[in-house]
Design a protein. Structure first.
Length: 302
């Protein structure tokens, strides 16, 4: 299926321009990589931006240790294919060092613990800009971000004190110890991403496509059964095999799966076009409070 839409070309051009601006303005950029479709799109755009040369900055994955195995397999395969340098920040190492404390209980997750591992990895690498695949349509806190989002010397974000961005002029000036988070695909929607990936024939993890998996329901969200989640007795008894797929990919303890028969990317596009709930509607970590994402971003989360 072909999607020869002018706005996809415009979005691609804008994103590539921003990626090149980062390479021009900053000394040590890094590209955040989670194994999800948005970060895969970012890698694809970066490859286009600098072709025929390799991507001139490394990829950084913050590994919770509780990832879907398919995510890690795809990550390693993609790194080998592209020749990119991969740096891994480990939540488990942060726990072992005493930087963070493992959560306990049924709702325990390592998703919140990623912030400390991320800030440590950025500090160790002396990175002054971190490119991410955040989009403004994902979640209300992400909608407040600029393309160039300033972070102070503690890695923190102040949503009320952001720099104006006039036309395509981006201000990357900073003081020593500060850095920027940069979001080149801010103006893309979930549907744009899928149509573009289909048009470009980009390889994707099989998690995004319908497959059989054991799941159980918690607070209206289907979670994949795994060793990292402590289940209540009633959840043990209600576990069943269903045909599901992921709309987002993250820590298994908080990433919901969706009942779906979408086996091809064209099926996914039709499903997303008809959806009435955002992709992060299945993320348990966003439901801890009304401002869960914004609170984490203020502390240094991506």
């Amino acid at each position: 299926m072909s999607y020869n839409l002018n706005h996809l070309k415009e979005l691609e051009s804008e994103s590539i321009y921003i990626i090149r601006e980062v390479a021009s303005q900053f000394e040590r950029p890094v590209l955040m990589f989670s194994g999800g479709k948005d970060s895969i799109l970012m890698v694809h755009l970066a490859m286009k931006a600098f072709y025929p040369a390799k991507i001139p900055f490394p990829l950084l994955h913050i590994d919770t240790g509780h990832n879907f195995p398919e995510t890690i397999e795809f990550r390693d395969r993609m790194v080998e294919k592209t020749g990119a340098k991969l740096i891994v920040g480990s939540v488990q190492e942060a726990i072992d060092k005493g930087l963070v404390v493992e959560e306990k209980g049924f709702n325990a997750s390592r998703n919140y613990l990623q912030t400390a591992a991320l800030l440590e990895a950025l500090e160790n690498g002396k990175y002054d800009a971190a490119l991410g695949g955040g989009r403004r349509d994902e979640e209300k806190a992400r909608a407040k971000e600029r393309f160039f989002s300033h972070r102070d010397e503690f890695g923190q974000w102040d949503p009320k004190n952001q720099r104006p961005e006039l036309w395509n002029i981006f201000n990357g000036k900073k003081h020593f110890g500060e850095h920027f988070r940069v979001f080149p695909i801010s103006n893309w929607t979930e549907l744009d991403v899928w149509m573009y990936l289909a048009q470009e024939k980009v390889e994707l993890p099989n998690l995004y496509f319908a497959h059989q998996r054991q799941v159980f329901e918690r607070d209206g969200i289907l979670l994949a059964d795994c060793e990292y989640i402590s289940k209540r007795p009633e959840e043990e008894s209600s576990t069943k095999t269903m045909t599901v797929r992921c709309r987002t990919i993250g820590d298994m303890t908080c990433t919901g799966v969706w009942e779906s028969e979408a086996a091809t990317i064209e099926d996914i596009i039709k499903e997303v076009a008809a959806a009435r709930q955002t992709e992060r509607g299945g993320r348990a970590d966003d439901k801890r409070s009304e401002t869960a994402m914004e609170d984490r971003k203020k502390q240094g989360y991506f």
